[in-house]
Write a protein that binds this ligand. Structure first.
Ligand code: PBG
Length: 329
């Protein structure tokens, strides 16, 4: 009872605040997304993601070394696929000498202890910009899951530690798990994007990879038939439960800040590590407001990162990883 309990006693100065602080951010919390392109000496800034770049493999090496030296020990790889290699079935995704497969080897070569996760979905390889095979205006589920399993195998063969299916097809975790087991990749993990919402916050990412759904008659212009309706909460738990049952080692909620309620519920409900993805649009918003002088970039960045931890995230995939770690070290 007041004044026996005055809550402000625990906030009087930084010493007492740090003594009673409940959550901390460390480099161990982060998974760093990296965009890879063909070519040599390429470091291209992504227009809608200031200070974030696509790297060709030769320059990826230096970036990876720098991450490691900052204590960042896990990366999540995405590739920008040349247009002439795109089709409807993700054929190029299975090329053992494709960009993703070479990127995995490049990272492992310069930094053998770096944990390498690979994005598994067809959109960077799809002429239609969809995460699955398109037939008669629909995204076909089971055939897509089979390709995703082959793609996962190809990434595992290249040396990926984890595959990260981001496509939201039904049953793909089991299909992938079985393919990995049948081929001896018993230690290759699966981080499932289990509760991934159909979100407009992905816009800048689709610029980064040139992977937005095409605007053609008879082709769905959005991903709402496979990614989740942002009005739903129970559905996220159902999706996550199935992915855990099918063999996901890590589950993920995506996007981040607008979905902290889901992060907390998934964390409370399931006994596996929970990742959250602070997506490209979240990054872009903070950068843009800071550029205008409307927000304090570093403080807002730290506050959002802490919000993920407070909500229960064990892993934070974020384009801010390097900036945060530099700031707190
Ligand atoms: C596609 C994929 C997307 C992201 C990761 N994988 C975009 C989408 O679903 O359209 C978004 C990441 C971001 O916005 O940062 N499989």
């Amino acid at each position: 009872m007041y004044p026996l309990r005055r809550n402000r006693r625990l906030r009087q100065n930084e010493a007492i605040r740090s003594l009673v602080r409940e959550n901390y951010i460390t480099p161990n919390d982060f998974l760093v997304p990296l965009f890879v392109v063909e070519g040599k000496g390429v470091k291209e800034e992504i227009a809608s993601m200031p200070n974030y770049f696509r790297y060709s493999l030769d320059l990826l090496e230096g970036e990876v070394k720098q991450l490691w030296s900052l204590g960042l020990k896990s990366v999540l790889l995405f590739v920008k696929v040349p247009d002439n290699l795109k089709d409807n079935k993700g054929t190029e995704a299975l090329n053992p000498n494709g960009l993703m497969q070479r990127a995995v080897k490049t990272v492992k070569n310069v930094c053998p202890d770096m944990l390498v996760m690979t994005d598994v979905a067809l959109d960077p390889y799809s002429v239609y910009g969809h995460d699955g095979i398109v037939e008669q205006g629909m995204i076909i589920n089971d055939d897509t899951a089979d390709v995703l399993a082959e793609m996962s195998l190809s990434h595992a063969e290249a040396g990926a530690d984890f595959v990260a299916p981001s496509d939201m097809m039904d049953g793909r975790i089991m299909t992938i798990r079985e393919a990995l087991e049948d081929n001896g990749f018993t230690d290759t993990g699966i981080m499932s994007y289990s509760a991934k919402y159909a979100s407009a916050f992905y816009g800048p990412f689709r610029d980064a990879l040139d992977s937005a759904p095409v605007d053609l008659v008879d082709i769905p212009k959005d991903k709402k038939t496979y990614q989740m309706d942002f009005a739903n909460r129970h559905e996220a738990l159902r999706e996550t439960e199935m992915d855990v049952d099918e063999g996901a080692d890590i589950v993920m909620v995506k996007p981040g800040i607008a979905y902290l309620d889901i992060v907390r519920e998934v964390k409370n409900e399931f006994d596996v590590p929970v990742a959250v993805y602070q997506v490209s649009g979240e990054y872009a918003m903070i950068k843009a407001a800071a550029e205008k002088g409307w927000l304090d970039h570093d403080q807002v960045m730290l506050e959002s990162t802490m919000a993920f931890k407070r909500a229960g995230a064990d892993i934070i995939a974020s384009y801010f990883a390097k900036d945060v770690v530099k700031l707190i070290s």
